[in-house]
Design a protein around this ligand. Sequence first.
Ligand code: GDP
Length: 485
Amino acid sequence: MFEKLSSRFSGAFSALRSRGKLSDKDIEAAVSEIKTALLEADVALDVATDLTGRILEKSREVLPTLQSGTNQAQAIFDVVNQELTEILGGSARRVRFAKNPPTIIMLAGLQGAGKTTLAAKLAKFFKDQGETPLLVASDLQRPNAVNQLQVVGASVGVPVFAPEPGNGVGDPVKVAEAGVKFAQSKFHSIVIVDTAGRLGVDEDLMKEAISIRDAIQPQEILFVVDAMIGQDAVRTAQAFQDGVGFDGVVLTKLDGDARGGAALSIASITGRPIMFASTGEKISDFDIFYPERMASRILGLGDVATLAEQAKKAFDGDSAKRLEDKFVAGEDFTLDDFLEQLEAMAKMGSMGKLLGMLPGAGAMKKQIENFDESEITRTKAIVQSMTPLERRDLKVLNGSRRARIALGSGRKVSDVNALVDKFTAAQKMMKQMRNGGGLPQGMALPPGMALPSGMPMPAAPKKAAPPKAKKSRSGNPAKRALENG
Ligand code: GDP
């Protein structure tokens, strides 16, 4: 969502870098360009003015200490990075847990902000950390909200306390109180209370939220806000802050094409950190919000940290170790191994999103958008249509076997041929790497890194794969992220 901002920023910096030693005028011009970019991205005027004021001041402090223009441009870049991180909330804050469980988390926000979806994402997030969350259905206003919570709760395997049918029936304060008592009696460690929103901020909404807050005394009130509504998000946040008060913000729909101003303004205007971000409708489209990673993305540095985390999650330790052992022992990397890797990649989520985390992703937006996600599924189908013998030894693949595989996977024989050719080339490359050709000296093969360079975007996407992804040491972003640590 920050593409435009990113490209304006990179324009400003490449102009600075090409200039040699910088004058005060150059700095002012760059800062003014940054300010225009921020305002165009819908960042609140006060925030943009403060931010660029600080950037100018700090740049003027560091520049005289530096000799070369390149170092100066880099120093300004670093200042911008620090300041962006700062207005996004500094370092990520974690949820405060209650001394005596359960920890109570109340979700507030407008209708349609994504609270119910978020409740399930949050529940899964805590469940994955070994907590035992309970969801409480206190949104008794929005049609179908109770039912929706039950459905999403079931999809993540988290129980839902829903004694009232909703759709205007039932007392949300009583449900919230009873939910907390129920959680205590069943030893749930966390209670997540979904509350009603309205289409706009109104008095009834505030009163209901205040009553729930006073009745259950949550450790955290999280304000859930749709980033796509731009400046309205900031106004709504302020209204909630004045009315109910909250401890942290959850930004939803960060996958949308809004200009990103809300994200950049909200933390500094409300004085509350953005704690989580939701980036799509799927349960997996969710993460802790890391200000420094977001700043890094805005500046076109990518988000390799998140990529590496997702890769580690997707490649389970056993299979990664097994592949590594195979590699070290000099055994061939087979199509079975490849299939395993494809499955792990699929677990990591949308390829488009993963590629978007690479440094310089802004510049290859088109290719990323055109990435054909279903290509991975189609490649899997080809491999799955092979017999175990064929997967182990590609040499047995004569014409009639290839025709059978094409038929079985619903692809053309030329697709099967293309996969076989690429895979054979990759196996060769793998051997070279093992013989000391590929990896830099002293570098061990990290877990899950059995896939050799050029390979993975397996059966290369129909529409041009991003050039950077291909050129790098490993063509697989997951692997590369691991390589980069
Ligand atoms: P609530 O009224 O606040 O409970 O909102 P819901 O959870 O029902 O979400 C409203 C709509 O937004 C639903 O269609 C969700 O699937 C969708 N949604 C929620 N979070 C996101 C997100 O991060 N990205 C996108 N694109 N859609 C989302």
